[in-house]
Design a protein around this ligand. Structure first.
Ligand SMILES: *Cc1c(COP(=O)(O)O)cnc(C)c1O
Length: 398
């Protein structure tokens, strides 16, 4: 593969990125390099290669092999301006590493109220135990975040759009407020990926992907990443090494394989999900659709300004009924699997109970809510399936 250094567009980048000749030889897909021990020729070379910075140098299995480096390198090159990427055995492990990189006892974290539930649990469990306080903020706060930044505030954690309820955050405004006070910004960018929201370019310091979702794309691997902006990678890597974080080369190989088709998958997920969201918005059984590309979604204006497109996950609130009627709807679906996670090729559905967690800002819809992950099936089949399930819901309501 010739590397002319010419800048290429992101969809070309996902195909080419990370395939350095010294890691792949002539092989198209970077091969699996499995290792714990690395053998040295003599004591001198052991001393020389073991010392100093081991970045991209075979040293010991825990520091990775070209299989892991290739995927990390590819994710870095999808974020213009990024300094480097570290990989983790899950998205939650990536979130933990990002937070522990930045926070120390006595510090305060500002955490968006619409964050992924395990992120909240980490704040109220691990972080609190180590003397780190958390303040939750309204996902629509925007530049108003400046008023919450106090002397102990070290980090602002964002997730946009928010898990379950999809509020879109004004990331540039929050980043500007954080910069002015020397506060580190962390973004969970799993929904958009760098293809729809290039976070480092938008000024975020540490951007997180649950690669389990769109990077892997086939519902068969757990994987996470943190990509660091200018001046951030050394401390991220240092903390991750101390935590002993390493991902198996086999899982990274699957991640790299998934990444090659991520742009084309994402485009189809996005197109199908938007068509289905619009169809739902016209249904009498639906109270509201929480899809960032629709005006009914809180923060839609910010979405239209900042994002390059939408992906395949959104929620909608039913027009009435309770737990039993919602279950009748979900159980009647045939092509939507009932299960957690998302980003794979198959459609999924889960009930959403956002009110359980929320305390700040506008409350989520009061009626039973459903989250859909729109897969790569023919959207006409998915619409027919949803139509049947609405009949089951109406029957349960009668
Ligand atoms: C799934 C998810 C995670 C966690 O990823 P895992 O790989 O399941 O640990 C983090 N953030 C968001 C927004 C997610 O949807």
């Amino acid at each position: 593969m010739s590397d002319t250094g010419k800048p290429v567009r992101p969809r070309t980048q996902v195909v080419r990125a990370g395939r350095r000749p010294e890691w792949t030889g002539g092989i198209v897909n970077p091969p699996v390099w499995r290792a714990s021990t690395i053998l040295y020729d003599d004591v001198d070379s052991l001393r020389e290669r073991g010392g100093g910075d081991t970045h991209h140098r075979l040293y010991y299995g825990r520091r990775g092999t070209p299989t892991q480096w290739s995927l990390a390198d590819a994710l870095t090159s999808l974020e213009p301006g990024a300094e480097g990427t570290f990989l983790y055995p899950s998205g939650v492990a990536a979130i933990a590493a990002a937070l522990l990189t930045v926070l120390s006892p006595g510090d305060e974290l500002l955490l968006v109220d619409s964050a992924y539930d395990p992120t909240r649990a980490m704040a109220s469990g691990l972080l609190r135990r180590f003397g780190i306080a958390t303040r939750f903020y309204d996902p629509l706060i925007g530049a108003g975040i400046a008023e919450l930044i106090g002397p102990a505030t070290r980090a602002i954690f964002m997730e946009s759009p928010g898990s379950l309820t999809f509020e879109v955050q004004d990331v540039p405004a929050i980043v500007a407020a954080a910069r002015a006070r020397d506060v580190t910004t962390i973004l969970d960018n799993t929904w958009a990926t760098p293809l729809l929201f290039p976070a480092i370019e938008r000024g975020v310091d540490l951007t997180i992907l649950a690669c389990t979702k769109y990077v892997v794309g086939h519902s068969d691997v757990m994987l996470g990443s943190v990509t660091a902006g200018p001046g951030q990678f050394a401390r991220l890597r240092d903390m991750s090494f101390q935590l002993g974080q390493v991902v198996s080369p086999d899982d990274c190989w699957l991640g790299s394989r998934g990444l090659r088709t991520m742009a084309v998958r994402l485009r189809q997920h996005g197109e199908s999900a938007l068509a289905i969201a619009r169809w739902l918005a016209d249904r009498p059984e639906v109270a509201t659709v929480l899809h960032p590309a629709l005006p009914s979604c809180p923060g839609h204006d910010v979405f239209a300004r900042d994002f390059l497109g939408s992906s395949g996950l959104f929620s909608f609130a039913l027009a009435g009924g309770g737990e039993r009627e919602r279950a009748a709807f979900i159980d009647a679906l045939d092509l939507f699997g009932i299960g957690y996670s998302w980003g794979g090729y198959e459609s999924l559905v889960v009930p959403v109970d956002a009110n359980r967690h929320r305390g700040v800002g506008a409350p989520p819809p009061p009626t039973p809510t459903v989250r859909l992950q729109i897969g790569l099936e023919d959207p006409e089949d998915l619409l027919a399936d949803l139509d049947t399930a609405f009949a089951a819901w109406r029957a349960a309501m009668a």
